[in-house]
Design a binder for this molecule. Sequence first.
Ligand SMILES: Nc1nc2c(ncn2[C@@H]2O[C@H](COP(=O)(O)OP(=O)(O)OP(=O)(O)O)[C@@H](O)[C@H]2O)c(=O)[nH]1
Ligand SMILES: [Mg+2]
Length: 413
Amino acid sequence: MSPGANKGEHATRESPFHDQARVYVLAGRGGDGSLSFRREKYVPKGGPDGGDGGDGGDVILIADPELRDLSKLRSRHEFKAGRGEPGKGRNKHGADGDSVELHLPIGTQIHDENGQLVADLASVGARVVVARGGRGGRGNRHFATPVRRTPRFAETGEPGEGGWFELRLKLVVDAALAGLPNAGKSSLLRRISNAKPKVADYPFTTLAPVIGTVDGPDGRQLTVADVPGLIEGASEGLGLGHEFLAHLERAQLLIHVIDSSETGPLERFRLIDAELAAYGAGLDERAQVVVLNKVDLGTPPQFSLQDERIAQVIELSCATGEGVDELKRALFRLCPPRAEPRAADELQAQGLVDFLVYRPRSRRRHSFRIYRTDRGFRVVGDVSDDEELREALAEAGARSDSVIEIAGREEKM
Ligand SMILES: Nc1nc2c(ncn2[C@@H]2O[C@H](COP(=O)(O)OP(=O)(O)OP(=O)(O)O)[C@@H](O)[C@H]2O)c(=O)[nH]1
Ligand SMILES: [Mg+2]
């Protein structure tokens, strides 16, 4: 991949990895209430029996551990839920519209068009309704009163919410590897985990993040991410740039890998550190284990640095396995177990929906309601924007010759 390639698209030789996407979602419109009167033999003047419209379906985003990235959204980015069915005579309810569930990898963050974080699907089963379906309209039977026996109007269904959202995947891992190209990061992940990332004797072998699982002695497991190597100027887009450092943001620990067979390990440590600082998000404050790799090639040079972030310095060889167990022990000691992921409905029941930061505001709810009458439409409520009203009426089925009643006056569309 060249630095100018598409944002969020990190191609590998095996398969592309996408960590950014845009989606358009639209919840279902509510069905219209029915305007109907009972018609029975021998009953000349039947009462109102118009049933209610069904509610529109929601668009729901769900964290799914089976998914690796956002690549399925390259071919499809529009998700629309079903409409509610209109009510019918004889008090029949319209059916509710089907909801749409969009499955996304764990760690997907959802932003609205203003860049506001709407939700963070950081744990298994986390779910958020990003667009609520419109409520179905009430049938005319609801509007009968002793003085108005024959209500000749019914509510139309409400529009569903909708809009564009930006999705950004930030992997949720316990630890992440960082270092220059060719330092041996992927070799190390192969050594300590079940993952088999590609290893080769040239820089930028790794082009997309890979997650490995490390098994501990007591059955505990840790996840470790391998990301492409960093070079000086990565923050300005050199090499593969530093965008994929987003996948280090949620790691509790960084494993900083240095090729100890080369000279000047301290300078190389500082170079990477400067790129972490340039990226921001507190990466240059994160706890680190420094791995002096490739010690099979000779005695490593001195690495003495007084830095409170560095929890441990480990001499290691991916070739011989020396130091690998020491590193594993350090990982389990330095990455405390995360809180058990809890089921989303359990969190909801306790009012602890921690992944939901901000409830999306409806862009399509109006300050007025539209009723269908036997002559056309009636608008009740506060109409401040003529354009919004015109659109809402059109969606409710009004045509250019429909009669519209607003505040006691009758108008044409
Ligand atoms: N002798 C020796 N060679 C090693 C050791 N660890 C890795 N290598 C070699 O170093 C080269 C680079 O290893 P990788 O694991 O691909 O390095 P990387 O840091 O993942 O590189 P990028 O993905 O390009 O950032 C390969 O040829 C490995 O075989 C080691 O401990 N000893
Ligand atoms: Mg690699």
